[in-house]
Design a protein around this ligand. Sequence first.
Ligand code: MTE
Length: 328
Amino acid sequence: MLIRKSNEIPSSEITPKEAFDAFHNISRRKFLTGAATLGAAAFAASRVAGMVSPSQTAEAATSIQTVKSSLSTTGEVLTPYSKVTTYNNFYEFGTDKSDPARNAHTLRTRPWTVQVEGKVKQPKTFDIDALLKLRPLEERVYRHRCVEAWSMVVPWAGYSLSEFIKQCEPLPSAKYVQFLSLADPKQQPELHSVDLNWPYSEGLRMDEAMHPLALLTFGLYGQLLPNQNGAPIRMVLPWKYGFKSAKSIVKIRFVDRQPHTTWNEMAPNEYGFYSNVNPAVDHPRWSQKRERRIGPGFFPKMIDTMPFNGYGNEVASLYTGMDLRKNF
Ligand code: MTE
């Protein structure tokens, strides 16, 4: 999902044929991506992970108390902290995987508020420190699958979004929830070098948002979120491709219609509104059948992708009657 203005793309990055063809086929905006490029990027990142200096190191991070959760995935090898925090997608800080760790130190996470508006009893503003205390933070180990076909296993910390939604008192007319990320060129100098319609916007149907697996997330590895991972508050939706999980959220809007979402608006035939992980529906330019699991080893491991990223028992019933090949 790499986008750059055409004159900024070095020729070395458009050498793979798939990427070259993709670039020349997109008419609406200049757009470059491709499995070959992404594969190379994942490989390169796995080699350098730990060599990029993250904006917040394990030592500097703030510890948080978490409780065990019955909704945690068990038996998976965790992706090391050094890789979770140096191989990121956060285009507000640049498009290379190593950019957010390098650049996100300019993000100021205090003071921070989350505004709630739209179809609610009354608009409210929540302070981040009040949100941190609203419920005990649970440690939830989840598989994290990006649409680019890499994946990780991350011990996140947070509580179910549904707990927060109860505080928002949505009206019966609220059918969808929209999440809007910070868009501040002062804190995010790379913002306007990326051709996306800012602020980053994502959304869920109300019943998806109320599902207990949908995690309002404040930390990882027992520490507050590093900036590059979406501090101070982000979503994590383990059964969906990673781009559904907006980072650094400043506004949550309850609406009666499906909201516009950044990647869907950018390329609707490539990034659906639902975007549930589905090995049976390929991205138009690469397969989604397998994924590169970034783990402790030197090389990522190729593994089969599971429907709903392995969370089908929990969430499949949300989509009964929907043709997920068409309504991806
Ligand atoms: N949120 C914002 N605001 N901006 C982004 O660029 N990237 C998305 C998602 N949330 C993104 C975002 C994508 S494509 C993915 S895969 C995940 O964040 C990556 O999360 P991670 O860097 O913590 O692994």
